[in-house]
Design a protein around this ligand. Sequence first.
Ligand code: FAD
Length: 346
Amino acid sequence: MKIQENISLSAYNTFGINKKARFLCEAESREDVLYAFNQSRILNKPLFVLGGGSNILLLEDLDAVVLKINIQGIDSIREDGEQVILKVGAGVVWHDLVRYSIEMGLSGLENLSLIPGTVGAAPMQNIGAYGVEIKSVFDHLEAMEIPSGKLRVFTGKDCRFGYRESIFKNKLKGKYIITHVAFRLNKKHQPNINYGDIRLTLKEMGNAYPSPVNISEAVVKIRQQKLPDPKELGNAGSFFKNPTIPLFDFNQLKNQYPEIPGYPVEDNRVKIPAAWLIDTAGWKGKRCGAIGVHEKQPLVLVNYGGGTGTDILELSGKIQADILGKFGIQLEREVNTISSENLIQL
Ligand SMILES: Cc1cc2nc3c(=O)[nH]c(=O)nc-3n(C[C@H](O)[C@H](O)[C@H](O)COP(=O)(O)OP(=O)(O)OC[C@H]3O[C@@H](n4cnc5c(N)ncnc54)[C@H](O)[C@@H]3O)c2cc1C
């Protein structure tokens, strides 16, 4: 496996932040991952695991071995009359998997069309969109323990999936590298079109009885209209999670802001769209030099070019403080901030 030195990571993160990796290597197999562990020890540099770089904010140069996971392959490993289990390499591009599954006539991933990034990173935050999260199609994953390289299989229960959460972001942070993920997909289509604008878009497209292809096309259309393409404008999708607050607090806020949207979730709590809070606080479209808040989708912070991770982090801090002051709600970041503190020591 080739190791490159002093490489700019600007093409390796969707914010387009120009920070360097002291060493960069791309793993096509588990053997390559073991080799990178070894290099990290020999070079006495910590490790950073990278997928598509679509959910990270680089704050500084990484004096580390950056290990880009490129493990490929999509294999059907089990099948019955109703379902197929696809085992997928962690380096497969997520949307390529979605397209492949649809071409195979399988259903389950269509609502998750066009989410950037790799398959291996998808369980990290239990990616979700348009009413579906991967936990609903997840079968198991295989991961290598750091630094032993020992292989471990995780079931859905082991992963402790939650809203943009899993055990890999919490208790097991920096402890495993995900090498393969297996998904349980349906041969018979069970459309899930109750969320957001999907139904309306399908109607406009003339699809009364939508197939997975139709749903995927509708989702792609909606996403292209709403979200900036990182190839044109640096961003990492939603910068904050949608907060949940107790029903009592929600009702208090509703007295002050009768139009505040909210969706009941478990434990007598209500989920509020962070985009509404940021928009109502007047941040939508605000530009601060090279960075800003997207003009159509206030949940997305953008880099117009030349912005730094620190600039973006500072802006996010100002937004958090303002939302806390105005609504008494603490916004939590969804994007992973990366600095020397997050590197894995072997
Ligand atoms: C325009 C846009 C739209 C988006 N829309 C959505 C959306 O609708 N829903 C959603 O959930 N997300 C969304 N995202 C966020 C992002 O696409 C997902 O979080 C995606 O899963 C990140 O994948 P990645 O490969 O780019 O991960 P990276 O950004 O490379 O890594 C993310 C984290 O996972 C770790 N990691 C990566 N690969 C592995 C591995 N194999 N093993 C162990 N750790 C690993 C990294 O160290 C890092 O901490 C969006 C992003 C953008 C830019």
